[in-house]
Design a protein around this ligand. Structure first.
Ligand code: UDX
Length: 453
């Protein structure tokens, strides 16, 4: 079975590389000629642990190739995965222009039976529309074969994508075709753990599972973030609250980590898109909307808290703030919808000078946040960033921050405030002693009592 992947973003590339690593002949297509050239030379366009090695191996063993020709991929593949972007439009709806382009190319160039599989997150009904469109396109060409469509949403997490693709929590296959089902099963069975459950549904249900899962996780995070804000006021500790809640297996301990708000390429976009799908169908999704509102509030409350602690009047003029971590989560260089962007803008608008350091995200920040170039000083290391700063604001929980020589770093600073927006050092006695330490979701009172023990 030959595999074609349309789109070499993070989902397409990881999926293609994993399948090539399992012996499938995989061709990845992208319209970006420069990217395809670099990929052909073995240069990975994004930072994802383990991906470099897989790409290098696929290229070396000849199982993985890249092209800009849609026709070539479509005609040489039995299964075509659509993994192009579906970015949010201004009104929150998903932009399906790239998905439509791919569908048109398949309708035009398909030369025999194939399974067309959506990996991209697309609004409910999109795959049904693609199926109808392809039927029509084949009829108008008098083609003597059919194409089957399947929705096969992707649940990979950035930073853990290679491992996740071998050990997914589930494989969801939405299709009404037995042949498509069997072929997809055969694709997955080569590389996933034996006990991974397969769920077979219709197209619409598979599409909804993806939005429902991401939105539910966003709701969980916003819920715990709101409780974190309340905990700071009433003297409770959100870490203990989350632990206490998580012991109930109906709640589960996962995704209850308070922080500066969720970001990334999925949660902000997918919650918006689900609300938009609801509206188009006459249903207001109040809970998802509330999670989105709470997420915006969380980011601005982080800025307000920093300003309140560093000055009497809420302005930050004359203060230098070191921001650690720009990517929306560790082990990725992705800064899409990262809370660090809102926090940095908030700090700048209150008059602070901002220095920033991120192990992987700085190149993307300089490239994408062009309006911040010249306003933010990007630094070589955490220590360089903290030098002469009044405060550190930890935005992303990179493991390497645990290796810091805290005494030397504290001495090099002008002030000693440490806003740990990921509660990474809540249990670190040295950090707590050296700095005025502000975690998320526990008050000074809870802290003082803890220390007194
Ligand atoms: C998410 C989904 O987890 C994945 O299944 C889907 O395929 C794509 O979207 P990802 O965006 O890679 O994956 O990151 P994830 O680890 O889910 O984190 C998303 C955001 O939520 C990050 O900003 C993270 O910091 C934040 N988060 C996560 C919290 O603030 N608290 C938590 O407890 C968990």
């Amino acid at each position: 079975m030959k595999i074609g992947i349309m789109g070499t973003g993070y989902v397409g590339l990881v999926h293609g590389a994993v399948l090539a690593g399992n012996g499938f002949q995989v061709t990845c297509m992208d319209v970006d000629a420069d990217k395809i050239k670099r990929l052909t030379d073995g240069i990975t366009p994004l930072y994802e642990p383990g991906l470099d090695e897989l790409l290098e191996r696929g290229i070396r063993e000849g199982t993985l190739s890249f092209t800009t020709s849609a026709k070539e991929v479509i005609q040489s593949s039995d299964v075509i995965f659509i993994a192009v972007g579906t970015p949010a439009k201004d009104d929150g709806s998903a932009n399906l222009a790239y998905v439509h382009e791919v569908a048109q190319a398949i309708g035009k160039y398909a030369n025999g039976y194939k399974v067309v599989v959506s990996k991209s997150t697309v609004p409910v009904g999109t795959n049904r529309t693609i199926a109808r469109y392809l039927d029509g396109a084949l009829k108008s060409r008098h083609a003597p074969f059919r194409l089957d469509v399947a929705s096969n949403p992707e649940f990979l997490r950035q930073g853990k994508a290679v491992g996740d693709s071998r050990s997914p929590s589930r494989v969801v296959i939405g299709t009404e075709s037995e042949q498509a089902k069997r072929m997809l099963q055969a694709v997955y069975e080569t590389h996933i753990r034996e006990d991974v459950p397969f769920l077979y549904t219709n197209l619409e249900t598979a599409e909804m599972i993806k939005y429902a899962s991401n939105s539910f996780l966003a709701v969980k995070i916003s819920f715990v973030n709101e409780l974190a804000l309340l905990s700071e006021k009433v003297g409770a500790d959100i870490g203990d609250i989350a632990a206490g809640m998580g012991l109930d297996e109906r709640i589960s301990p996962h995704f209850l980590q308070a922080g500066p708000g969720y970001g990334g390429s999925c949660f902000p976009k997918d919650t918006q898109a689900l609300v938009d799908i609801g509206r188009r169908n006459g249903e207001e999704l109040h809970i998802v909307r509330a999670a989105m509102t709470a997420n915006e509030k969380q980011k601005s409350r982080m800025v307000a808290k920093i300003a309140e602690q560093l000055s009497f009047d809420g302005t930050l003029k004359g203060k230098t703030i070191a921001v650690w971590g720009l990517s929306f989560k560790p082990e990725t260089d992705d800064i899409r919808d990262a809370p660090s962007y809102a926090v940095i803008n908030g700090l700048l608008s209150r008059g602070a000078a901002v220095k920033a350091y991120c192990p992987q995200g700085m190149k993307q920040a300089q490239r994408q946040w062009t309006e911040l170039n010249g306003l933010v000083t990007y630094c070589e290391s955490e220590a360089d960033c903290a030098q002469n700063a009044d405060a550190i604001v930890l935005m992303t929980e990179w493991e390497q921050f645990r290796e810091i020589s805290w005494d030397i770093l504290a001495k090099s600073m002008r002030g000693n405030a440490f806003f740990d927006l990921r509660n990474m050092f809540a249990e670190h006695p040295r950090v707590r002693r050296l700095f005025r330490y502000y975690p998320v979701g526990s008050s000074e009172l809870a802290y003082t009592l803890e220390e007194a023990k």
